[in-house]
Design a protein around this ligand. Structure first.
Ligand code: 8Y4
Length: 259
């Protein structure tokens, strides 16, 4: 899964390419490099990021979803917690709802159910703005598993069957470095929930903290964790550096398919 951030159009310098063209070219490069999903997000989850209205989020994301659906052979994942964005992007050809809030916003369960699309449920406590204020767990892996099980039950009650669900431990969301490392080490316990796992660690601060690297120097740490995640059974890896990660995944597959 390649990450595509859709930035606002308002600062466009009126150059030769619109923001939609820039996004399409980035998505195409990731598909050529081997991405089978593109995750499109129009609302920043960074602590302190300005809140984006549903209309503004839709205006950023919808043209990109429509254009990629028209021009590329790839599954479009929409990184959103907003019911209207789920409904409208599903109509425009999205193939997966990726909600870091696990459908906890008002109306999100019903909106996601109505689309008929698969959903990625991710673990996070609180909201992006306050999630890193002193997160606390007795056993982070068990508590993440319990949270995801509860969200799966809410989905089932809303008509979203288990066969439509992908699960995500939510690395970097309401977790200290030690929480992230322990959760990663014990990730295989989450297979007990019976659904495919998606892992997103690309360039994240757990790599920065463990290696003392700024964000521009986290590729090798990201690839190490991608390899380890695949070895631990993760089925989808959400990354910025698609070509490099695809080599890692193919190399593992080559070894695994040997006699
Ligand atoms: C550098 C670059 C440092 C990016 C931090 C980041 C996940 C996700 C995000 C994830 C799923 C991010 C939308 C955070 N992370 N969705 N989204 N799983 N399913 N930060 O781990 O990439 S945004």
């Amino acid at each position: 899964m390649g990450i595509l951030n859709v930035t606002p159009d308002s600062f466009s310098d009126g150059g030769r390419f619109s923001q939609v063209d820039v996004a399409l070219r980035h998505a195409e490069a990731m598909v050529v490099a081997g991405a089978t999903l593109i995750d499109i997000g129009g609302e920043s989850t960074r602590p302190g990021a300005r809140a984006v209205s549903p209309l503004e989020e839709l205006e950023r994301v919808a043209p990109v979803v429509e254009r990629i659906n028209r021009e590329l052979d790839v599954i479009i994942s929409v990184d959103t917690s907003t019911p209207a964005v789920m409904r409208e992007t599903a109509r425009l050809g999205a193939g997966l709802i990726n909600d870091v809030r696990s459908l906890r916003r008002d109306g999100a369960l019903d909106a996601a159910a109505a689309t008929g699309l698969p959903v990625c449920l991710m673990h996070m406590l609180g909201e992006p703005g306050d999630m890193q204020d002193n997160p606390h767990y007795q056993n982070v892996t068990q508590e993440v598993a319990a949270f995801l099980l509860e969200r799966m039950a809410q989905c089932a009650a809303a008509g979203i069957g288990a066969e439509r669900i992908v699960l995500d431990p939510g690395f970097g969301f309401a977790k200290t470095l030690q929480h992230n490392l322990s959760l990663f080490k014990h990730m295989q316990e989450l297979h007990g929930l019976g659904r495919p796992l998606l892992v997103g660690v690309s360039r994240k601060s757990m790599i920065g903290q463990a290696l003392n690297r700024p964000v521009a120097e986290r590729l090798h740490g990201s690839l190490a964790l991608a390899a380890l995640a695949v070895t631990k059974g993760a089925k989808i890896i959400r990354v910025h550096d698609v070509a490099e990660t695809v080599d890692v995944v193919r190399m593992i597959a080559a070894v695994e398919s040997a006699e």
